[in-house]
Design a protein around this ligand. Structure first.
Ligand SMILES: [Zn+2]
Length: 434
């Protein structure tokens, strides 16, 4: 039977291959044990059997191949500077730059960005000549590559190549044990996503006083994976929920017609309030439950503000849009800033180590903009931010202040938003089922 015959042939071939392999091992292994690099006669190591694929090492002469050079952009680099410092002549570099510029605004080039240059092979090593670029590429963003090729002598053309990635939902949920930061990292939440979560909840949550052991968080977002299954990008949070002492707060993302992202509750009410409850990066707060290094004071008759413990230099944000009303030394407050938000509200920030460069009295600030940095100036026992909310001229407990509601989606957008919201439970269910 033909089938039996071919099976026998394969078996014989296997014996032959195995036999050949063993014979090589027998010779090589003992020498390795004595840590001596064996000098074996050529015929023994050379393959005895032709397995059907060519061995590159035995190829007679290698054709010169283009050389690919990876470059990393450093602080203060321009593409022109990078090319010239890597041996590309100025004329060629200028032509390449002007071609790339048609697809990418090179002012966006930033430190850490990677560039790939393909150089033509240099045939004559003894007469080095100018490096000739045949191709060039950089990532415009995670999904778009600017690809440039040589078309003629020192002439280039650039185009955008769209990368296709696999898009999938990621649902991360966790219980807070020691700190939100640690619990988030432990449960696999990407740092970028944690920062987004903190930004979203900074309007409603006082991250120093309101987060307790046992509180939970839940986040849904999309990730982009390449062909090797490597995550190349995480999209912005689609939906997030925090349960704080039994109180549930949840928001979903809505992108308006002009591409502006914002978060809204189930009723279409924006997360954005006039003021933020935590005007400092909530992940950087140093207090841990039961093991507080600083006296974290809440609002009392004697202490008419709230304190956020963070290491020196942690950025402090403007709690809301407004105008700088006061900036300078202020007795026990140390370095101090006060912002007037509207006819009702002002906020004050004390014990700063320094102010944001260029910030002065009378300047307008946007909500979330950095105004200064945590310090311990004035009457202070350790680095922290002392934060005051002043309502109609009276210092008020920020935790009990009821701020006017943020924007609401209009009827048309609300309808679209409700559709998005209705798919969220389904998406979470699908992810957890795998
Ligand atoms: Zn204080």
């Amino acid at each position: 039977m033909p089938r039996q015959r071919s099976a026998t042939l394969i078996f014989i071939a296997w014996l032959f291959i195995l036999g050949g392999t063993f014979s090589i091992f027998e010779v090589v292994l003992p020498s390795h044990e004595h840590n001596v690099i064996p000098e074996l006669p050529e015929p023994i190591l050379a393959p005895k059997v032709d397995y059907g694929h060519s061995d590159s090492s035995s190829a007679p002469s290698k054709a010169p191949e283009p050389k690919i050079v990876q470059l990393m952009v450093k602080q203060g680099d321009t593409l022109m500077k990078l090319l010239v410092s890597n041996g590309v002549d100025k004329q060629q570099a200028a032509n390449l730059v002007s071609s790339v510029r048609k697809q990418y605004d090179l002012r966006f080039l930033k430190a850490g960005q990677k560039l790939k240059i393909t150089l033509a092979p240099d045939y004559d090593e003894s007469a080095p000549r100018t490096k000739k670029i045949v191709a060039f590429s950089l990532m415009k963003n995670f999904a778009q590559e600017v690809y440039t090729i040589r078309t003629a002598e020192d002439q280039f053309t650039s185009e955008i190549i769209k990368k296709s990635y696999q898009l999938s939902d990621v649902h991360v949920t966790g219980r807070i044990t020691t700190s939100l930061y640690k619990s988030a990292v432990d449960s696999g939440l990407p740092l970028k996503t944690l920062m987004e979560l903190i930004r979203i909840f900074s309007f409603d949550v006082d991250f120093q006083r309101e987060i307790q052991q046992g509180d939970t968080f839940s986040v849904l977002f999309k990730s982009h994976k390449d062909d090797h299954g490597k995550v190349v990008h995480h999209d912005s949070i689609d939906w997030t929920k925090m349960t704080l002492g039994g109180k549930v707060i949840e928001y979903a993302r809505f992108t308006s017609k002009n591409g502006f992202n914002d978060y809204y509750d189930r009723h279409g009410k924006s997360v954005k309030k006039t003021l933020m409850r935590t005007p400092i990066d909530g992940a950087k707060l140093t207090s841990r439950f039961g093991k507080r290094r600083h006296p974290i004071l809440g609002f009392t008759k004697m202490h008419r503000g709230v304190d956020f413990a963070a290491s020196k230099g942690t950025p402090i944000m403007a709690a809301g849009d407004g105008v700088i009303e006061s900036l300078g030394r202020n007795g026990p407050y140390g370095k101090y800033i006060r912002i007037r938000h509207n006819s009702t509200y002002k906020t004050a920030y004390a014990h700063l180590s320094k102010y944001k460069k260029g910030l002065r009295k009378g300047r307008r600030v946007r909500q979330g903009a950095i105004i200064g940095y945590v310090g311990s100036t004035g009457r202070s026992t350790g680095p922290h931010l002392h934060y005051e909310v002043i309502k109609n001229g009276r210092k008020t407990n920020p935790l009990s202040v009821r701020l006017p509601a943020g924007n609401r989606l209009n009827q048309k957008d609300l309808k679209k938003f409700m559709k998005i919201w209705s798919t969220i439970d389904e998406r979470i269910l699908k992810v957890s089922e795998g």
